[in-house]
Structure formats: C-alpha cells, structure tokens
Write a protein that binds this ligand. Structure first.
Ligand code: C2O
Length: 577
C-alpha cells in the first residue's frame, strides 16, 4: 500500500503510451498491466447540481483501461466508501477466471468498506472495446469506464488504420442519488424516477439547462479517419446516435469484428459497445456538427425524453475563423419508437467469418432452452399501498416467470464448495412451466415466482437459447447480457417463436457474435454458445430497473475432465459476505 504512489505513476505511464504505440515491452505473449482503483467520493457538478458521487480515483467517468489482446490485467480495487462495491469487466470472457468476473453475490461477495480485492484475468481472443462498471445495485451510474483492447502487437486492424482513436461513453446523470431512486422504487413497487440527462464522456451538452460548458467536443482534422469507440453505459435506455452530415462505418461490436457497413445513425443498447470509423470531410467544411444521442423507446414506462449533444469541431489552421460564427448542423435521429430502424440496423450486423476471424457457430445443439423475458408483478405487502400496476401489486420482472432473488452468499463460492443448500436450487425451468400466447393478450394472472434458481450445464454443452419477449404489462425490448461467453445471434423475429418454422431460417454462416443482445419488443431472438468456461455466469437484462426487479438468472457450467477445463480455487483475498 505504502509503495503505491510510485507504482501508480509507473502504471499510468504504461496506460498513456499504448495509444501512441510506444510500448517498450514488446512480446507477443502479452504483458501484465497493473491498475489501482481507489473507490472514493468526489464532488461533481452537472446541470448546476453539485453532488458527492462514488468514483474510481476521483474520476468521472472512470479511468480507461488500455491493454492488448493476450495481456494480463491486475486491478487492485480498494473500497474507501460506505457502500459495498464490486466491479465487473463487462464482456471479458474470463476463461477459467470466474472469480474475477465481479457481479455481487454471483461470483463474489461485495468488497466492504475499507477492504481490497485484486481482480486478475487475461484477455484471450478479444480485441475492440469493452467496459467496466460496478455490479451492485445502481452504483454503476457513476462507476464505469472504457476497456480498450488493441490487437496483439504488430497485428493490424482489418480496416484502415485510424489516425486517432476516441472512446465515447454514454451515461445517465441523476440530480438525485440513484441509490435512493432505486431504493424508493423497490419500496413502493412503482417505476423508478428517470434520469435528468444523458451524457457523453460524463458531459450532458448544450441542450440542457445550465450545461453548455459541460459539452463533449471532438476536435478533428479534415481528411482523416477516426475510430470512435462507442459504449452505452446508460442505466435504462437504448440509444440512437448520429453525427450531422457524417456517415459512420461500423467495424466491431462487443469486441468482435463485423463486416463493415455504413450508417448515418446507430442503435446501441445498455451493455453494448460499437466501434465505428468516422471519415472527416476532405476540406474544411466551414461548419460545426452536433453529435446527438437520445432514447429508443419500447415499453409503457416513463423515460428520460432528453437528448445529449456533443460537438464535432474541425481544427482550423491559423488564423482560424471564430468557431461561434460557423453554422451548426444537427443530425436527424429516428423517431423515439422507430422499431423498424432498429430491426434494419441489427440485421446488418454480421461476423467477418473469414479464415483469420472465423465464426465458430455451434452447428449441432446439445441442449435447447426457451426463456420468456418480461415484466410481471409481486403482491403488495399487507398494510401497504403500492404504486405498481395497481395499488395491490408491485412491479417485478422475470425469466420463465422466475423472478431472481439475490442470495446472501455468492453463488460461485457455494458451487465451488458444494454448499448450495439454502443458497440456490438447480431447478430453473428450461421452458415456461405454463405456456401461453407470449405476445398476444396477456394472461390475467401476472404474478411471478420468486427464487434463486440456476441451470446446470455439463462442460462443453452446446446451447441454443431462444429469448422470447412477453406482452405482460407491455411488450418491451430487453438487452440481455450473458457473462463469461460470447454468443452467436442465429435468428430473430417478431411474435411468438415457432420451433417448427423459425430454425430453418437461422444464419449459421456469419451471424454476429456478441455478449449483449436486444430481444425485440414483442419478438424473440435465438442465440447459440458453447459452454466451455467453468463457473457461475450471470445473465440479465442490462436495463438496470429490470435487473432490480428480477430479470436475471445464472448458469452453472461444471468443470471438464482435464486439468485445464477446471475452475481454479478462489484467490485468498476473495471478499467474504
Ligand atoms: Cu454489464 Cu452483468 O453486466
């Protein structure tokens, strides 16, 4: 601890030099990179509200992690705040390093005040953009940051080398304390208050009151290619994003290359990342350009109907014209509920599927699962009036009508020690117990079943999972995130999944590979993955309100027979509950 300041400077200098391609330590086996995350309070002002927020190292958004494919990351997290903390490395496969995955009460007990936990994992077979965030309650509203994974040294991108790379991380800003917002919602059974602004790199931009000075500006030169690393870290909103008068080329999603395609606007759900190339105009345009993001809306709930804007500014040689006098162009974003835009966009995402980057889609399936995802209700406690869909009910959400109850001990420890009793049961249903017309008139009984249930998979099971949205309390798009794996999105459609007809239309050649997928509102999506990673893996809606309501479950992948197919024992500093 005491030697830390010196070490930290060394670590910073590693971080700072990677993007400028100055790594001294050249080895294709990857290097070890150390980071220290001090979780501490920091005063931050946005929209004229000053708040003390939970941060990493006092930074908001949090620090960037920069590494290359094949590198080992050692991140020491020290909790100096009153809240319990855990950090998740969203999208990192965590091959045989499940103890470092981070979701509280799933792979670890939270790091308590004054305690430390060292996350230790290696980046295998991934390059692109991922991100890290707190994985407990709603603390990720301020605890988040990019993970930039460069290709191995000397390995080029499969697209023109960008002149510069810029992470753009979308977030949500609350004037209130998000922890109080969700606590109140869970108490009353009603929908939580919505955020006050969206942000780009922590800045709401000029379309909000008292915010013009907090505007993200991207200063560019003409005739260059920029790689924008887009991350949606918002809590509850899928976002459309566009830059006026510029076209984006999508080249990578969730740290997997895709076949490049052009679009004026992209859609990105919470949890997803998208790398895009931005070609600037060949000549100085004598204008400035807004980049804007605002929500794509599907459900019936209230939402933050505001727009974050940043400015794309061309850098002028001196004497430069006054920036203020230049015309400012605005992009045109799709309508709030433009589902056909979203369908059209997501249908364009395809794996590269070439010899260097093959799409290893499981061709045969060992085990089929059919999960409904959607909302439901729990009864209001006696002697209380609730603010759910009625005053006798509270909002809930569920997978196959099971609303996940957080255990009080971490599942992974219980599994590893063979002490599942009173922690979890292994009877998560592989299909709905009571089938119904999922996207038709909803059933009268909307009550969910509460429980901590998991699915157990033998090592190397080839899984097909169909995620079916329900119309209970309104059809809604749900960005489902699976920990520990990437999956292939082999099919999607609207209405109820038809097991006789729909599989014939699957794409098993070049489906997109990712870790978070939007289940279409009133539709379904089919994914496939190989359960080759022993451990306990969380799967949940990345709309934080739905996760809080129980739209989550876990998979246990058993050890394989060979030594390198087993989960190693936990590190000695694994936090205790
Ligand atoms: Cu990005 Cu389980 O989370």
């Amino acid at each position: 601890m005491e030697t830390f300041p010196i070490l930290f400077i060394a670590f910073l200098s590693i971080g700072c030099c990677i993007l400028s391609n100055n790594i001294v330590n050249a080895t294709h086996f990857g290097i070890t990179r150390h980071y220290k995350f001090d979780i501490k309070l920091q005063n931050v002002t946005r929209l004229c509200h000053t708040k003390s927020i939970v941060t990493v190292n006092g930074q908001f958004p949090g620090p960037r992690i920069v590494a290359r494919e094949g590198d080992r990351l050692i991140i020491k997290v020290v909790n100096h705040v009153q809240n319990n903390i855990s950090i998740h490395w969203h999208g990192i496969r965590q091959l045989r390093s499940g103890w470092a995955d981070g979701p509280a009460y799933i792979t670890q007990c939270p790091i308590q005040t004054g305690q430390t936990y060292v996350y230790n994992f290696t980046i295998v077979g991934q390059r692109g953009t991922l991100w890290w965030h707190a994985h407990i309650s709603w603390l990720r509203s301020t605890l988040y940051g990019p993970i930039i994974i460069l290709p191995k040294r000397g390995v080029p991108y499969p697209f023109p080398h960008p002149y510069k790379e810029v992470p753009l991380i979308f977030g949500e800003w609350w004037n209130a304390d998000p922890e109080a917002v969700i606590a109140q919602a869970l108490q009353t059974g009603g929908g939580p208050n919505v955020s006050d602004a969206y942000t780009i790199n922590g800045l709401p931009g000029p379309l909000y009151n008292c915010s013009a000075k907090d505007t993200f500006k991207l200063n560019v030169k003409p005739g260059k290619t920029y790689l924008l690393r887009l991350i949606n870290a918002a809590l509850n909103d899928e976002l459309f994003f566009s830059i006026a008068n510029h076209t984006l080329t999508i080249v990578d999603v969730d740290a997997v290359y895709v076949k490049p395609f052009e679009a004026d606007t992209i859609i990105i759900t919470p949890g997803q990342t998208t790398n895009v190339l931005l070609k600037t105009k060949t000549n100085h345009p004598n204008a400035n350009f807004l980049m804007m993001a605002r929500p794509y809306v599907t459900g019936n709930g209230t939402f933050d109907n505001s727009t974050v804007a940043g400015i794309l500014e061309y850098h002028y040689p001196k004497p430069s014209p006054s920036i203020k006098k230049l015309p400012l162009f605005k992009p045109e974003l799709p309508a709030l509920r433009d589902t056909s835009f979203v369908t059209n966009f997501t249908n364009k995402l395809k794996s590269l599927a070439n010899s260097q980057f093959p799409a290893n889609v499981p061709k045969h399936v060992d085990k089929n699962f059919f999960f409904t995802v959607g909302l439901g209700t729990n009864p209001c406690p006696k002697n209380q009036t609730c603010q759910g869909p009625s005053n006798t009910t509270m909002f809930a959400a569920a997978v196959n009508n099971i609303s996940f109850v957080m255990p009080s001990k971490a599942l992974l420890q219980a599994h590893f020690l063979h002490q599942s009793q009173n922690v979890y049961t292994t009877d998560f249903p592989s299909s709905p117990l009571i089938p119904f017309n999922y996207t038709g008139t909803p059933p009268n009984n909307t009550m969910v079943i509460d429980g901590t249930k998991v699915v157990v998979l033998p090592y190397n099971t080839s899984v097909e999972l169909v995620l079916q949205d329900t119309s209970i309390l309104g059809a809604e798009s749900h960005p489902l995130h699976l920990h520990g794996f990437n999956f292939y999105v082999v099919g999607q459609g609207f209405g109820n999944f038809d097991p006789k007809k729909d599989p014939a239309k699957y794409n098993l050649v070049d489906p997109v590979e990712r870790n978070t997928i939007g289940v279409p509102a009133g539709g379904w999506v089919a994914i496939r993955f190989l359960a080759d990673n022993p451990g306990v893996w969380f799967m949940h809606c990345h709309l934080e309100v739905h996760t809080s309501w129980g739209l989550k479950m876990a998979w246990i992948v058993e050890d394989g027979k060979l030594p390198n197919q087993k989960l190693p024992p936990p590190p000695s500093d694994l936090p205790k509950c």
